[in-house]
Every structure is written in C-alpha cells, then in structure tokens.
Write a protein that binds this ligand. Structure first.
Ligand SMILES: *[C@@H]1O[C@H](CO)[C@@H](O)[C@H](O)[C@H]1NC(C)=O
Ligand SMILES: *[C@@H]1O[C@H](CO)[C@@H](O)[C@H](O)[C@H]1NC(C)=O
Length: 217
C-alpha cells in the first residue's frame, strides 16, 4: 500500500478507537441504590444547553445551588434552588415526580423531564428536555457537593457532553469569581451577546430533581 493510504487507514482506526470509549457507557442513566445519596445541597459546576440560546443563558449564571429533599412520598422530591443570574438572586421551589429513571416537574408553564447520569463520586449530573408551548430545549448540568471538580472528571464530562451532542464549549463556574467560559474563543460572544431569555427559563437551570446520585465507587 502507498504510504498515504496506510496513514489514512491508521487515522480511521484511531478515530474508531477514540469514539469507541463507549458513549453508550458514558451516558447511561444512573439509578443509585440509595436515594438518600442524592439529597441535600449541590453546587453547580458546569453545564451546556441546546439550542444555542439556552447554552448562552448559562453564561449569565454567576452561581447556583440546588437542594433536594425527600417528602412523605417516595415518588416525590422537593427541589429548592437559588441562582445568581441577571444580577439578581432567583429562588424557587418545585415538587418533582419520579417514575423509574425519569423525573418530571413543571416550572411555571414549562414541563421538564430528565434523569441523572453516571458521574464521579460526590457529583450529580443531570440532563433533561423541557417544553413550554412551542419552545423546547435541553440541558446537561454538573453539580458537586463542594463546587469543585477534579480536572480528570472535567474530561469525562466533556466526553459525555460530546456523546449527547451538546455544544462542546461547555460553561463552567469556578466557585468563586463567577461564571467563566471554558474556551477563550467564547469571550467575544460573552461580552457582546445580550442573552434574551426570560427569567423563568433561567431559574429553571437549577430546577432539577432526581432520585439519586452518582456515587460510583
Ligand atoms: C410540594 O408538596 C408539598 C407537600 O405536598 C406542599 O406542601 C408544597 O406546597 C409543594 N410545593 C410546591 C412548590 O408545589
Ligand atoms: C412564573 O412564575 C412566577 C412566580 O410564580 C411569575 O411571576 C411569572 O410571571 C411566571 N412566568 C410565566 C412565564 O408564567
């Protein structure tokens, strides 16, 4: 074989190997043995949205945390959130219904359905789709107990985001100084773009509920 052909074939093999590390494994829904693992406070670390305006909305998030607590029903979890975005603090509460791996809740007129994914220990990874009339979109949001995350887990998150075809320039929050973008190339749009998004859509960002957690040791 001519050298270019060999190189080409090797490149194909390499590509195949790179995409192989199993998207299927990486984005498997996670159902914890003990739902208690998911209760309590979680701090937002990074996320991505789709389509673009929801992705951009994450730029406005200076900080965010959620708190999940059980109710008298196994099928219901109370979600409280506090988002610092658009230069104000948005607080809210919703009851979410759990059915199998799926969790649904309604925030104003917006219906959400999602589930948690496998992730690091002491981490919570949530993805969902939502619909409000004709508007639909989806998010993936990574939380941890401390607001910090190991760089190697960021790498896994990036793969998960890729597997699910979210924009790859995920947004991250460093836990101190406010929202930061993962890539410099985003800086320009960060400065020039005024996000046109309604507060209810924003407060949704942490309006998330789950049954479970991601203690995958
Ligand atoms: C959630 O359910 C509890 C118990 O049924 C109820 O007291 C509370 O008002 C509900 N919260 C919301 C936001 O609907
Ligand atoms: C969402 O709920 C808030 C508070 O309950 C209310 O002020 C706001 O108008 C609602 N937004 C929509 C779009 O229904």
């Amino acid at each position: 074989m001519a050298l270019p052909v060999v190189v080409f074939l090797l490149a194909l093999i390499a590509l195949g190997a790179a995409s192989a590390p199993d998207c299927k494994e990486l984005v498997k829904p996670f159902m914890p043995e003990d739902p208690k693992q998911v209760f309590g406070k979680w701090i937002y670390v990074m996320g991505a949205g789709d389509p673009k305006q929801y992705h951009k909305a994450l730029e406005s998030l200076k900080s965010s945390w959620i708190d999940l607590s059980p109710t008298s029903s196994d099928q219901t979890v109370t979600l409280r959130w506090r988002d610092h975005c658009f230069n104000r603090c948005i607080v809210g509460e919703a009851n979410a219904t759990i059915s199998g791996i799926a969790t649904t809740f309604r925030k104003n007129l917006s219906d959400h359905k999602g589930h948690i994914l496998q992730t690091c220990s002491d981490c919570l990874l949530w993805t969902d789709t939502f619909r409000n009339g004709d508007v639909t979109g989806r998010y993936i949001l990574q939380f941890t107990r401390t607001g910090k995350i190991d760089p190697k887990h960021v790498e896994i998150f990036k793969k998960q985001v890729g597997c699910l075809n979210f924009p790859e320039d995920y947004h991250s929050y460093d836990g101190k100084t406010g929202q930061q973008l993962s890539k410099n190339l985003q800086r320009q749009s960060f400065n020039s773009h005024r996000v046109e998004i309604l507060p209810w859509e924003m407060s949704y960002l942490s309006a998330i509920v789950f049954r479970s957690s991601l203690f995958l040791d």
